[in-house]
Design a protein around this ligand. Sequence first.
Ligand SMILES: C[S@@+](CC[C@H](N)C(=O)[O-])C[C@H]1O[C@@H](n2cnc3c(N)ncnc32)[C@H](O)[C@@H]1O
Length: 265
Amino acid sequence: MPDATKVRNQVSDAYTEAINKATGCCGPTCCGPTKYYDPEVVADLPATPSFGCGDPLAFSEVEAGQTVVDLGSGAGLDLLVAAKKVGSAGHVIGVDMTDAMIEVARKNVASAGFSQVEVRKGIIEDLPIEDGTVDWVISNCVINLSPEKERVFAEIARVLRPGGHMLVSDIVAEDLPAWVRESPFLTNACIGGAISEKAYLGGLEAAGLVDVEVVEKVTYTSESLLASLKSDFPQMGGAAEVIWEEIGPQFEGKVHSIRVRARKA
Ligand SMILES: C[S@@+](CC[C@H](N)C(=O)[O-])C[C@H]1O[C@@H](n2cnc3c(N)ncnc32)[C@H](O)[C@@H]1O
């Protein structure tokens, strides 16, 4: 099995476990919108677990009637927020490779009553989307997980129509030691596979996108990274603090959550 397929399978297994735990413990503290979303935007939506690292649509100008594609749509929170923006004349397509996530997202879309939203199974390195048909590509904490980021950047450029936009929320990291990059757990946790901001922006430009810019950047402290890991992977339990005491300081100031914008000329 090629290495990239192995990494995707490992990531998919981790998010199957994460969504099963998240829906299994559904309650006021672990389901529903996270701190990133304006409470007013999500108040009327079904409680939907989020594994994102920002609110990409808050930085977009998505309009009624447009087509939005969400790469790695997870349980579907950004699909629901996008559906409100595009309205019934628009079209929102989520793409994800993990069956358990797709199932939960489809349930959430049905429960919100949004007929303009569909979720397609596929990989973001080979999108099940036609060339030049999309107004906005969004994504929330997913591209860092891809072992083939150049393919993802090329796919974004392929599916956007001329003049279409990309707005993604993602993780970038500088100077992480090799053992972090090689750790399956830290890769699944959106840290190990994160590339530098320079490589990220350069990758988008190399794919032919223009006006590439970071519109928001938040640097994690060791404590905030631990809190985010525990929320996505509650199965870590109390072991998290013990391990983090040892390794956490190595991440201080090196891991960032960014909102990146780009356009197809
Ligand atoms: C960190 S979660 C983010 C989910 C969602 N965007 C959110 O904000 O809650 C990553 C999601 O991306 C999906 N994913 C990761 N790599 C992928 C790939 N190469 N192709 C398709 N889906 C992928 C996973 O199955 C999972 O649902």
